[in-house]
Design a protein around this ligand. Sequence first.
Ligand SMILES: Nc1ncnc2c1ncn2[C@@H]1O[C@H](COP(=O)(O)OP(=O)(O)OP(=O)(O)O)[C@@H](O)[C@H]1O
Length: 349
Amino acid sequence: MSEPVISLENVEVHFENERLLDFGNDPETVRAVDGVSVDVAENDVLSLVGESGCGKTTLGKTAIGLQRPTHGSVKYRGHDIWEIREGNSDADLEWSDIRTSLQIIHQDPGSALNPNRRLLSILSEPLRQVNPDLSKSEKRNRIYSLLERVGMNPAADFADRYPHQLSGGEKQRVALCRALLMNPDVILADEAISALDVSLRVEMMDMMLDLQAEFDTSFVFISHDLSNARYFSSHGNGKIGVMYLGQLAEIGPAEQVINEPQHPYTEVLRWATPDLSLDDHGEMPMRKIDIPDPINPPSGCRFHTRCPKAREACTRANPTAYEHGEQRVACFREDDTHEYWDSPELTDD
Ligand SMILES: Nc1ncnc2c1ncn2[C@@H]1O[C@H](COP(=O)(O)OP(=O)(O)OP(=O)(O)O)[C@@H](O)[C@H]1O
């Protein structure tokens, strides 16, 4: 197998929360990401799902070198991104090259588009960086053809507009064009379709996937909605990674994760997503609704306080990932010989 474009190994991102410092207390530590290992291959599609605050954005930003991990390594084509960023690497690679190769589009694309410039000027900038030798007319032709490709016709008319003259969907298309003009290896799409009308979401996902194949790029697609993650990763022949309180509970090929979830938390997400049209919609497979605090996560398996299958053994140690076919699952139930099976069930009282 060829080398992954991005490789995260045992990545941890802890934030010092300074809320309490004024009172002379020690800062609290928010464990936004804790011990995550995951690769992004060439032409890969990886969707990250999970409840609000589980660490999706932090993990995504860490994967593209925008957030420094407090522990573990993040590699781009085998080279440690942070050694390169900080000038401690003898690799023949600059941070600016990596930065160009790893792009991001946000939920609110408007905030990243300069309001005082027309689209032609906004979209010329990445081309200037990546292809400084292109003539003005070559640049314009490329921009027009990409605008047409994302359905912004007539391109000349759109190219002349300012960002405030665009709808939310159009802004998101421009953000996608801008990222693609950098010829990126990976685009992090952070809730990039969440703010769009439901009717536009599938269209936007289809477009991203078509362009992914055309531009030979990979996508890390962040969504709180499992049915969108399923659509994107299934059609892109990719994976879904399910996050819970900073950790990867389960990761695997999209349809397998949806149809044969192995982690009890994946079952909860499935249950909570009626759009998946699964026919086993019985009682919620979870003991408690409240999400524990990432400042003080539960001991042992982080999901044990809510997990209907939790036993005493789950309170003592944090399961590492077990292989289950092509899935990886952080649950003791994957190990037939684990002490879990002999330990008493947890109840709420
Ligand atoms: N710069 C920061 N300083 C302190 N805490 C942070 C910082 N950034 C994120 N966090 C905390 O880290 C945890 C994970 O946040 P993150 O935004 O990565 O989660 P998320 O799954 O993307 O959530 P959402 O879906 O709501 O965007 C949260 O508890 C958040 O409050």
